[in-house]
Design a protein around this ligand. Structure first.
Ligand SMILES: Cc1cc2nc3c(=O)[nH]c(=O)nc-3n(C[C@H](O)[C@H](O)[C@H](O)COP(=O)(O)OP(=O)(O)OC[C@H]3O[C@@H](n4cnc5c(N)ncnc54)[C@H](O)[C@@H]3O)c2cc1C
Length: 417
């Protein structure tokens, strides 16, 4: 079958790879000059099934109010008057109950665990390299109250058989020796030994080359303008340089999927939640993290990527906005200096922003639409890198009509019907 994929972020490229492996003739259309140059470019680098949690959680509305007045706030609200923003925020609030949280977290953990297994298999098969590390992740807590509140997460981890360790201060330092100088600031942590880390950009670039080797055609610099349809089927993708046709189409457009699919009558609850990262060259190995350390207080992830530290986080509700305010950079610098002081050279750090394609329940949308030849792979929000291989594999099975390894119904768009 001829399959046309729209978008070459990590999700479009994993979809292309697994579809090509399943024997399809795949073309990927991407407006950028290469893969992973938008949201997949400089994320926090966590491949973290154990940490997969929806942001919509009990207590978040109250915390959000408190964050509005914090200096280094994890959430920044600059809501616009548009209906889409308000509709999305209300849908997210509706998911902040204990019952919804448990359902959503379970779904996220399942696709993320599957994805990590697919990544391990891919690595074994291809030897793909991307500054990867397999040393788990550590969430550190600065107050006893934060530590006491992890019970619900632990229940889900236990239920899904995800290994974890609850650590005291000394245990945190043993896992991450770079924390020795700041140990007094933390009371304990939750370590997820099965989690991994790696550079999503390097991975996507390398996987696109492997996909090319399987026959995938990547067409870069192609701006998709419209998807045309007739008699309930997609007809073609109209681009700035002409029309592209296939037997099936996969929208992997990140935050831009809702606008391109709205004319087809498909309403996708995906909002561009803005985040930031800095990438800091390491100058003192002994003080640097060995893997990802998640600072629960600031909701910032600090990750070792080769000879660099990637610090990523913050959620800003501000629409399609790419400003780089110095205050946000200061928050990221503060987080890494506070826990790993002196590890990196801030004067040579690079600052970046990206838009997380986020659903109100935190779970991606993978699978069919009411157009039989149009499929979705999007809405991966905070953990698209973590979920990428599993999402690509699941999507390829669904397009091929093969039985997926995991239940696909919980990722269907129909859950929003
Ligand atoms: C600060 C930050 C930290 C993060 N940290 C982590 C982390 O530690 N771990 C993790 O798992 N995830 C993390 N994420 C989330 C992760 O980066 C995203 O979920 C993931 O990159 C989304 O991938 P995607 O392929 O869906 O979107 P994208 O990478 O945005 O890809 C969509 C592609 O579609 C193309 N496109 C869109 N419109 C058009 C058009 N009209 N014509 C042609 N092409 C088009 C775009 O150019 C783009 O390349 C983080 C995100 C941010 C912002």
């Amino acid at each position: 079958m001829k399959v046309v994929i729209l978008g070459a972020g990590v999700i479009g490229v994993t979809s292309a790879y697994y579809l090509a492996k399943a024997g399809h003739e795949v073309t990927v259309l991407e407006r950028q000059p290469g893969p992973a140059l938008e949201t997949s470019f400089a994320n926090a680098g966590e491949v973290s099934p154990g940490y997969s949690s929806p942001w919509a959680a009990p207590g978040i509305p109250q915390k959000a109010l408190k964050w509005l007045f914090m200096k280094h706030a994890p959430l920044i609200l600059q809501p616009r008057a548009d209906l889409a923003t308000w509709r999305w925020m209300l849908a997210m609030l509706a998911n902040c109950t204990a019952a919804r949280y448990a359902v959503n977290k379970g779904r996220m953990v399942r696709i993320a665990e599957y994805s990590r297994d697919c990544l391990i298999a891919l690595r074994a098969e291809t030897g793909i390299a991307y500054d990867e590390r397999m040393q788990g992740t550590l969430e550190v807590f600065r107050t006893q109250r934060q530590l006491d509140n992890i019970g619900k997460d632990i229940e889900v981890l236990k239920k899904d058989g995800v290994p974890f360790e609850v650590l005291d201060r000394a245990g945190c330092v043993a896992a991450e020796p770079g924390l020795a100088g700041s140990a007094q600031k933390i009371v304990g942590g939750l370590r997820l030994p099965g989690d991994e880390t790696g550079d999503c950009f390097l991975f996507t670039q390398a996987l696109s080359k492997l996909a090319e080797g399987l026959g995938v055609t990547f067409r870069y610099g192609v701006d998709i303008r419209r998807i045309t349809h007739s008699a309930g089927r997609v007809l073609a993708v109209e681009t700035a340089t002409g029309e592209v046709r296939g037997d099936a189409y996969v929208a992997a457009l990140g935050s831009y999927a809702p606008a391109l699919l709205a004319p087809l009558g498909l309403r996708l609850p995906i909002y561009p939640v803005k985040g930031y990262s800095i990438t800091v060259p390491i100058v003192d190995e002994a003080r640097a993290p060995v893997s990802t350390v998640m600072d629960e207080a600031h909701k910032v992830a600090i990750t070792r990527l080769g000879d660099r530290i990637r610090v990523g986080g913050m959620a800003e509700i501000a629409g399609f906005n790419f400003d780089l305010p110095p205050a946000r950079r200061a928050t990221l610098e503060h987080s890494v200096e506070d826990l790993f002081g002196g590890a990196g050279d801030q004067s040579r750090a690079t600052f970046w922003t990206g838009l997380r394609p986020m659903t109100p329940d935190g779970t991606p949308i993978i699978g069919a639409t009411r157009y039989p030849n149009l499929f979705l792979n999007g809405g991966h929000g905070t953990l698209g890198w973590t979920m990428s291989c599993g999402s690509g594999r699941l999507l390829a099975d669904l397009v091929s009509g093969a039985k997926p390894d995991i239940d696909s119904a919980e990722f269907a768009l129909s859950r929003y019907a």
